[in-house]
Design a protein around this ligand. Structure first.
Ligand code: SF4
Length: 250
């Protein structure tokens, strides 16, 4: 399992999907704060599971903006992306919309060649404030691993208050969205043909610009799942292609 990020800025790291990416962790340093508890999470089980931070201590917007400013001023060369990600779900920070605006301003001033991105689990996508902030970013990579409510509950283990139907509706109303999905085999996996077909049908409603699929390649907390073979991922990509959906396999 990966260790949690220790601070606000990490990297720039080399990301297979984004190239040189400056990570911005707007979440606590000591606990993963997320509305999901995915069976495959590289950080292990969720410590602060909810839509409200509770006792989890979040860095202030001021601190986050200052850390991004310092990283851009002191960095060797501009990162390809400034990416909101880190110890859980970044859009849960109550000041996420204001942080996005201020990071955009910094980008325009200090690193105009960089693009802004978020890796989100989509659980807040129906919140109008979050939707507004997502629309201000250059790239929205949004998670959807499940094609049914039942798979979503088993595989992603949402906290109370998170509804699969709201996520699908929210994603369908978002412009230019990239969907990312992890596929795993095993008793609790999401890769059975029936499930993949249901997921592709749901994607038809969302009409994403691109879909990124991948499988387990790091540690994961559940014993009821396992990695897929590359050919199995390729078979899913072929189904997407047949449905007219652009896909990349990682
Ligand atoms: S949404 Fe991401 S951070 Fe949250 S539990 Fe799932 S994999 Fe981990």
């Amino acid at each position: 399992m990966l260790e949690l990020q220790k601070g606000i800025i990490y990297g720039p790291v080399h990301s297979r999907r984004l190239g040189r990416s400056l990570g911005v962790n707007v979440l606590p340093a000591k606990v993963k704060y997320c509305a999901l508890n995915c069976l495959y999470c590289q950080y292990g089980w969720t410590g602060a599971h909810g839509l409200e931070p509770g006792a989890a201590e979040l860095p202030s917007a001021e601190k986050i903006v200052e850390a991004v400013r310092n990283a851009l001023v002191l960095g060797d060369s501009p990162p390809a992306y400034i990416t909101f990600s880190g110890n859980g779900e970044p859009t849960l920070h109550p000041d996420f919309p204001a942080i996005v605006e201020r990071v955009r301003e910094l980008r325009d001033k200090l690193s105009p060649a960089s693009r802004t991105a978020v890796l989100s689990n989509s659980t807040t996508v129906s919140d109008p404030r979050v939707r507004g902030a997502l629309a201000r970013l250059d790239l929205r990579i949004m998670k959807l691993d499940a094609g049914t409510e039942e798979t979503f509950r088993r595989f992603n283990q949402p906290c109370a208050g998170v509804n699969y139907g709201d996520i699908v509706d929210g994603l369908a109303g978002l412009r230019d969205v990239t969907i990312q999905a992890l596929f795993a085999g095993g008793e609790a996996g999401n890769a059975s043909p029936g499930h993949v077909d249901a997921w592709i049908e749901t994607l038809g409603r969302i009409a994403p610009s691109m879909v990124q699929i991948y499988t387990l390649d790091r540690g994961y907390p559940s014993r009821e799942i396992g990695p897929l073979a590359k050919q199995e991922l390729m078979a899913i990509a072929r189904k997407l292609d047949a449905a007219g959906i652009r896909a990349s396999v990682y």
